[in-house]
Ligand binder design. Sequence first.
Ligand code: FES
Length: 258
Amino acid sequence: MKSFLAEVTESVRLYGDTHALWLRSPDHLASAVPGQFLMAYAGESYDPLLGRAFSIFRVRRGPGGPEFGVLFDVVGRGTDWLSRRREGDQVRLVGPLGRGFEPRERVQKMLLVGGGIGVAPLIWLADSLVAEGREVTMVLGGRTEAQIFPAALLPSEVELVVTTEDGSLGETGRVTAPFERLLPWCDQAFACGPDPMFEALYRVARDAGSNKPIQGLLEARMACGLGICYSCAVFPRKGGVRLVCTDGPMFDLRDLYA
Ligand code: FES
């Protein structure tokens, strides 16, 4: 984990209100894995109120070397500031932080489930699983078509299932229905989205009597990202307290909801 200034290489609205910012990658970020995150600080200060956690959404090789991207909806002061960064601007970041996804070795069929902007860390995960020759099926859900990551930007090997609550794209409804259908197919499942989605996925798996591992990447509000402020505390049903920033953000859903 390190603090660094990263230079913006590209800023683009990818779909709906969702924006991608690409930055030049420092050497130490080469050790990051899908699901880890960075704290970004708007402006020139370390003001924790202006810090926001972002998963790394993708990595690529740019003309000047390795780059990483963050994907976000423009919803407040910090994300508005970030969306207005342009090529050559600098952004202060700390990371990589947290515990990322842990795909099992020697398993093949991977099910990825994303709700809304929760798709961000799943894109890099899909890229890396496909590169390893694994089978990837991705279920993406949103309220409307405008919240769905464009299929054309996914690796062609990914099987995509889309759900929208208003029926504007794909199946009408939520991600739980295709998750229930596909759970018997997969060897391991990964999810990122709002908390009610995690609980719903856990219940589907429990009611189906499935013991397939389901790793969820929690999206908590994080003020420090470093285990200091406790703004990201979660309380597993069986007791105790866990910090999303340092114990997670990846948790097995059974560790939280069972
Ligand atoms: S964000 Fe401060 S303890 Fe987790």
